[in-house]
Design a binder for this molecule. Structure first.
Ligand SMILES: Nc1nc2c(ncn2[C@@H]2O[C@H](COP(=O)(O)OP(=O)(O)O)[C@@H](O)[C@H]2O)c(=O)[nH]1
Ligand SMILES: [Mg+2]
Length: 382
């Protein structure tokens, strides 16, 4: 089987050498060799030199290029990796992030082997620290599970395995790559497109995900906007795929779910609260039009107390989706203060919990979203 490992990067000189090394060993050990391709966003720290000078076993080719697509972002890098893979007639593409510190050669096997066995999309299942992945835990996971009924725990983990059939589907429509799909919307696009097109999906257990984490209030606002905007765009496109779904089905999983306590991720709680309050003042008038009167009233309270229950949070996202559909908003930016407030609530609630304990709350959240789905259906379809 011909496997291409694709690595998007932007100023990852410190960590990408390790990723290339692990990927190369995995390709050699399990597939007798293969191709590694790095698509870079114009790094100025020597990322590409690190890639090209990393020693790899015989039979492993290494390429590195700066992508040409004019939108700077992770998605543009992945688009051109897919085009490269298609030209090379790859059977499987494995995407891995360039800031991964817990990747092993086995990851390559686990992402590529299911493709050989007839799956089209392989999602990662890894344990992340309770305060890592706040966009996954607050939005991508509960929305994907409750909308499409597929219990993929890491729909935007960033690392994936895909089949050649999926390459054709992803590259079919060039227009979509002119949106936030070219940025951090790409992960939710890849996952949702696979589900909505009813491709065979599996998740594989990989251990822990350790990478360079981000402090939400300091640096996740734009990413939230890109992920949620793309999620709303896909809800519109695929409403037939989610409107009749009323339960969450387990997804086929290869391997056991991992237990333990990952390396701690720092979150600045005070900054979350401060940014939530500031941006709330800025977005309040828009939010009055986005949210239902009932939701708005409760959110006003939540911004004061930082108690933000899951059912209220579900209504915020559902109202946001409906407002997007109706053209009241064209992106998810006005919701950023509420994401910060919800995250502050979660951080306080889980302050003394282990990651495994916090994990239970996140799983429960998806069930709350499903329970509230009628609220969305009623508003979306009237
Ligand atoms: N080419 C390119 N890659 C990017 C860009 N932004 C992020 N990436 C890569 O996308 C991957 C995920 O980004 P990261 O910042 O780790 O996101 P997170 O793990 O979701 O917080 C990493 O390999 C980055 O190097 C970009 O603008 N261009
Ligand atoms: Mg990362």
């Amino acid at each position: 089987m011909k496997v291409v490992v694709g690595i998007p990067s932007y100023n990852n000189a410190d960590t990408i050498g390790y990723v290339v090394k692990q990927a190369a060993e995995g390709l050699k050990k399990y597939f007798g060799g293969g191709i590694i391709v790095n698509a870079d966003g114009g790094s100025t720290d020597g990322t590409r030199d690190v890639v090209l000078s990393t020693k790899v076993p015989e039979g492993v080719e290494v390429h590195s290029f700066v992508y040409k697509w004019p939108i700077p972002g992770k998605g543009s890098a992945m688009k051109e990796i897919m085009e490269f893979a298609r030209e090379r007639d790859a059977d499987a593409v494995v995407f891995v992030d360039s800031d991964l510190r817990s990747i092993t050669p086995e990851w390559i096997y686990k992402f590529a082997k299911p493709i050989e066995d007839g799956y089209d999309f392989v999602a990662p299942l890894y344990l992340r620290h309770k305060w890592d992945g706040t966009i996954t835990n607050n939005i991508a996971y509960p929305m994907t599970a409750s909308l499409y009924g597929v219990d993929i725990r890491q729909p935007i983990g960033g690392d994936f395995g895909i089949s050649s059939k999926m390459l054709d589907i992803y590259l079919e429509n060039e227009e979509v790559w002119k949106t936030d799909v070219a940025r951090f919307g790409v992960d939710i696009f890849l996952t949702t497109t696979a589900i909505a097109n009813r491709r065979k999906v599996i998740q594989v257990s990989l251990g822990m995900k350790i990478h360079n984490p981000k402090d939400p209030a300091a640096s996740l606002g734009p990413m939230f906007n890109q992920v949620v905007g793309t999620l709303f765009m896909l809800m519109k496109r695929y409403e037939n795929a989610w409107k009749d779904v009323r339960d969450i089905k387990p997804v086929e999983t290869w391997g056991e779910e991992v237990k333990g306590e990952p390396e701690a991720v720092k979150v600045t709680l005070e900054l979350l609260k401060q940014r939530a309050r500031e941006l709330w003042e800025k977005e309040k008038e828009v939010l009055k039009r986005v949210l239902s009167d009932e939701t708005f009233k409760h959110v006003e309270e939540a911004i004061r107390t930082f108690e933000f229950p899951d059912d209220l949070w579900a209504h915020v996202l559902f109202d946001g989706a409906v407002a997007y559909k109706n053209g009241v908003i064209s992106n998810a930016e006005p919701l950023i203060p509420l994401y910060f407030a919800k995250t502050a609530d979660f951080v306080m609630r889980t302050m003394d919990m282990s990651t495994m304990e916090a994990e239970k709350l996140i799983r429960e959240r998806a069930r709350v979203f499903l329970r509230e789905k009628g609220y969305l259906i009623e508003r979306w379809f009237t």
